[in-house]
Structure formats: structure tokens, C-alpha cells
Design a protein around this ligand. Structure first.
Ligand code: F6P
Length: 547
């Protein structure tokens, strides 16, 4: 069954939220905390080792009630059962959206077109396990009989960002294999990677759901040609494996059928790290850790599926995004993990969030008359504090920010971790309270700054505060907690798409540029510039003349 088509702006809750926004905007967050000493106790969710404190948001109980009414009016509950039940909710591609099946237990039945997909899912998982164990243990060898030392994942978008993010995040749990990622069609990237490799001891994983992606096929061909300078065609079978739904194209490329790890069209590229696209994760950290990542995601799936909406982390966080995006006019959201391990989380979620919800046509096929997908950006703290935090604190834009931190560090370095976390807590406190004129004056007095100088400096030193933040505090960065964290954001994307009445699982917006690039490539090859706008023609001619 298709998802309901409900324009959120015509719901009763939306109208009430509009009125409520006008009222609540007169009260500052600071006042809200001053008036309620139990605010954090009210507005937090504790789930397993996740503590999600959303009390530093511009809201009161009425806001939450109205947002929950909105979720009800757009039939979120029904949508969740359609999502997990395998309905073709990716309607424009007529596909189910079942990355959740990839982390379900074997005995669960997940039907796609009336067929239980779990036996197939587990057959591939077992293949990943056996293959990873053989490579890691050194039992599987390269063409000269040496064990593998390096793995190169060749893929882009969902076939790169997820594995690259997780391998980086789980560095602490890594084995001896060096894992590299080649994604860009920029030949300089592939050459920089090749420089570090020995063909005798390198395994190549070509990850492409469609196996038609220009970047991935070009990189795979370049790497194969480089490999064949030292090895024979027969040796390709030992060194190249592929992850794809397109078995025919993979076979045409010359990959041994035994070396193909299948995936399915009901797994979207940007949600595919749980499938065989995660092979490079399993190779980097071992299958047990990969499986723990999946288990963590599955537990978040259960939380999302079964918890009442008022205690449901993805639902609450999604509703807060709607609140700021649609009622406060906030255009972007920042994501700041206080661990260097999660430095690729924001780029990963940029695809997840913006490719999913960057849509302007509603599920009824008509242009939407309200804002949808937010712009996502971020970098780890404390680095980001020394880069763009100035704008969050004192700029003109409202940037709701998620702070993600861990109670325990991985190497047990208390001194560093206490410093890191003191920044983590300090930033959300500063964003909430700001600094008033009288506080600045008091500081000036202590520093003996007086007279004209004090009056001049005063406005620059004031912080308005009232900047909303969520704090996600997790016990420790483990494969399991990382799995839960990623799944949290995946479900948040889903909830937002349901409310905005858009299709979150297609990505037609990436096609036009690809088509034009293909015809421009023909022109570059032939040296003849065809009909373009004046600017494109001007630039192409310059390029052809000077290359
Ligand atoms: O950017 C468009 C896109 O289709 C993404 O959705 C996908 O993750 C990426 O290209 C790579 O696609 P494939 O895995 O088919 O090579």
C-alpha cells in the first residue's frame, strides 16, 4: 500500500503550531529553564546507553503535544508499519525500503512481493563472514601466494560514504588490513591510492548497486589496467570482488561469479552499509564487529517501531527538525560529534538526509508550498569550535545543532577526555544562556576596561543565547552503539519525509547532471562544442583550447 498523501500544512496541528510559535517565541530558553527546575527531567529520553537531552530547545509541553498531534494527523504510525512491512513506499521506483531487514534476526520473516527475503539475506551475510575470515586470517592469498595487506573499496555515494565513515569510526577495533577508499572520478585520487599499493597483496572491492556508475567503473578499469601490468587476466579472479544488484554487468567486467556479493533493489544506496556494501567494514574490523554494528541498528529499529512517540528518539528528533525548519525558518542543522572518529559522520549524513529529503514535489505530484529537507553540515568538536562556531553563537542564522558525545574514551586518556567533554557541555550551555550586557560589564570591571572603550566593545561581547541544541550522550563508541546511532538518523529521515509528504527514497535530482556530463564528454572527445548557454560554451572552449 502507498503512503498516505497528506499536505501537513492543512492539518489542525499545523495551524495550532503556527499560533503556538508566535506565542512561544516571546519566551527565551533561559527563562524556560529559570521557570522549571525539572526541565531536563521532562525533556529527555534514556534508551539503553543513550541519553538524549532535548530540553535545550525552544519548546514546552504544549509544543511537544502539538508536534505529536501532527505526527498522528499525517498517519505516521501507519507509515511505520508500511516501512517495516515491505510496502513499496519508494513509489516512484515501485520498491520496498527494507534496509532494516539486513539487520533483522534470521528467524524474522520479511516479505517482499510475498517472498521471505531473510534466507537470502543470511546467505549473503554468511558469505561476507567466510570471505572476511579468510582474508583477515591470511588463508586467502594473492596471485603470488602472499596474504593480503590492503583492501581498496571502489565505489561512490552510498557505496563509499557509509563504509568509509564506519571504517574511520571503528579504527580502534581495526585489524592489520589497510583499507582505502577510491570514489571520485578525479584520476589524481586513484593515482594517489595506487602509489601506496602492491598488486600482489591488494584486494579490490568494487561496490556499485547498479554497476553503471561512471566514477566507479572508470576507477575499476584504471585499477584493473594497473593490476594487469604485473599480473595476468586469470589473477583478476583472486584480487577483484564486486558488490552489486547487476550480476550481468559484474560478470561482463570479468569478475568471477564466486566473487560476487549480491544486494537487492529494496536496499537504497545511501542505506546500504548494512548489506554487502559493508564488506570493506567487515574486512577492516572483522565480521563479529560488523555483526555487532547490525545488532545495534536492529535494536534502534525495535525502539523506533515499538516505543510510544513521546519517548521515541527518532520521532522526537524529527519533530524538532520540523519545528525549526517549518516554523522558525531555520534552513540548516549542524551535527557536531565530540570524537575525531566520527569525522565522516556529517558527510555521510549529508547524502542520507539531503538526497532523501531534498525534494520539492509532494507525494501527490504537486509542488510543495512549504520547506522540506534541511541543509546538513558539521565537523567534530573541538576542531569546529575553532572554525565555524562563531557563526552559530553570534551569526544572524538560527542553526539547531546536535551534539554527540561519549562518556568514556577508547584509550582511557582521562585528562584529554575531561577537557574534550568540558567543551562539549560548555558549548550547549553557552548557546542556551548566551552572555548578557550586565555580565559583560561585570567582566569589564574585573579587567579594568572602562569608559569609551567599554561602551565601544560592549555590543561585540554580548551573546544573545537562545540557540537550540540536542545532546546525544552515549556510553562508549562501539560497533553496537554506532549501529544504533546511524539507524537513529535513518529513521529520523523517514519520519521527516512522511510529515513533509515527499518521497524520501528516490533521487531523480542527481540524473540531469549525469546526462549532461555524458554529452559534454562526447564533445570533449570530439573537440566540437555543441549548443549550450553562452557561459557553458565559453568555458568549454577555454578548456579545449588550453588542455
Ligand atoms: O548519487 C546518486 C547515486 O545513485 C546514489 O544514490 C548512490 O549511492 C550512488 O549514486 C552510487 O550508485 P551505485 O552504487 O549504483 O554505483
Amino acid at each position: 500500500m502507498a503512503l498516505a498523501q497528506i499536505n501537513p500544512t492543512i492539518t489542525g496541528a499545523w495551524e495550532k503550531l503556527t499560533q503556538h510559535h508566535a506565542q512561544i517565541s516571546n519566551t527565551s530558553l533561559k527563562e524556560m529553564f529559570a521557570n522549571d527546575s525539572q526541565r531536563a527531567e521532562k525533556f529527555h529520553i534514556q534508551w539503553q546507553d543513550f541519553l538524549v537531552d532535548y530540553s535545550k530547545n525552544i519548546l514546552n509541553q504544549e509544543t511537544i503535544n502539538l508536534l505529536l498531534d501532527l505526527a498522528k494527523e499525517v498517519k505516521l504510525e501507519e507509515a511505520i508499519s508500511q516501512y517495516f512491512g515491505g510496502d513499496a513506499i519508494n513509489q516512484t521506483e515501485n520498491r520496498a525500503v527494507l534496509h532494516t531487514a539486513l539487520r533483522s534476526p534470521e528467524n524474522q520473516v520479511v516479505l517482499v512481493d510475498g517472498e521471505n527475503v531473510m534466507p537470502e539475506v543470511f546467505a549473503v551475510k554468511n558469505k561476507i563472514k567466510a570471505f572476511s575470515n579468510e582474508v583477515i586470517s591470511g588463508q586467502r592469498k594473492g596471485f603470488t601466494g602472499k596474504p593480503f595487506t590492503d583492501v581498496v573499496n571502489i565505489g561512490i555515494g552510498g557505496s563509499d560514504l557509509g563504509p568509509a565513515m564506519v571504517v574511520e569510526a571503528l579504527q580502534f577495533y581495526k585489524n592489520h588490513l589497510n583499507v582505502h577508499f577510491v570514489s571520485n572520478v578525479d584520476g589524481d585520487q586513484v593515482n594517489e591510492i595506487i602509489k601506496k599499493l602492491n598488486p600482489e597483496t591488494t584486494l579490490f572491492v568494487i561496490a556499485s548497486k547498479t554497476f553503471t556508475t561512471q566514477e566507479t567503473l572508470s576507477n575499476a578499469e584504471t585499477i584493473r589496467a594497473w593490476f594487469l601490468q604485473s599480473a595476468s587476466q586469470e589473477d583478476v579472479a583472486k584480487h577483484f570482488v564486486a558488490v552489486s544488484t547487476n550480476i550481468q554487468k559484474v560478470t561482463e567486467f570479468g569478475i568471477n561469479p564466486d566473487n560476487i556479493f549480491p544486494m537487492w533493489d529494496w536496499v537504497g544506496g545511501r542505506f546500504s552499509l548494512w548489506s554487502a556494501v559493508g564488506l570493506s567494514i567487515s574486512l577492516a574490523v572483522g565480521f563479529e564487529h560488523f555483526d555487532a554494528l547490525l545488532a545495534g541498528a536492529h535494536e534502534m529499529d525495535n525502539h523506533f517501531k515499538t516505543e510510544s512517540f513521546d519517548k521515541n528518539i527518532p520521532v522526537i528528533l524529527a519533530l524538532l527538525t520540523i519545528w525549526y525548519n517549518n516554523f522558525f525558518g531555520a534552513e540548516s542543522e549542524a551535527l557536531i560529534p565530540y570524537t575525531q572518529y566520527l569525522q565522516k559522520l556529517a558527510p555521510y549524513l549529508q547524502q542520507g538526509i539531503m538526497e532523501s529529503n531534498g525534494k520539492s514535489v509532494g507525494r501527490d505530484g504537486k509542488p510543495v508550498n512549504y520547506q522540506t529537507g534541511t541543509i546538513i553540515w558539521g565537523e567534530p568538536g573541538t576542531n569546529s569550535q575553532h572554525a565555524f562556531f562563531q557563526l552559530i553563537h553570534q551569526g544572524t542564522k538560527l542553526i539547531p545543532t546536535d551534539f554527540i558525545g561519549f562518556v568514556k574514551p577508547l584509550y582511557g586518556n582521562e585528562d584529554h577526555h575531561n577537557k574534550l567533554m568540558s567543551n562539549f557541555f560548555a558549548q550547549t550551555e553557552a548557546l542556551l544562556n548566551g552572555k548578557t550586557e550586565s555580565q559583560v560589564r561585570a567582566e569589564f570591571e574585573q579587567q579594568n576596561i572602562t569608559g569609551d572603550k567599554a561602551e565601544y566593545l560592549l555590543p561585540f561581547k554580548v551573546f544573545t543565547g537562545n540557540k537550540p541544541t540536542n545532546t546525544i550522550l552515549i556510553d562508549k563508541l562501539t560497533p553496537k552503539s554506532l549501529g544504533s546511532l546511524i539507524a537513529l538518523y535513518e529513521h529520523k529521515i523517514f519520519v521527516q519525509g512522511v510529515i513533509w509528504n515527499i518521497f524520501s527514497y528516490d533521487q531523480w535530482g542527481v540524473e540531469l547532471g549525469k546526462q549532461l556530463a555524458n554529452s559534454i564528454l562526447d564533445e570533449i572527445h570530439s573537440g566540437t562544442v555543441k549548443n549550450h548557454d553562452n557561459s557553458t560554451e565559453f568555458l568549454l572552449k577555454h578548456f579545449l583550447k588550453n588542455k
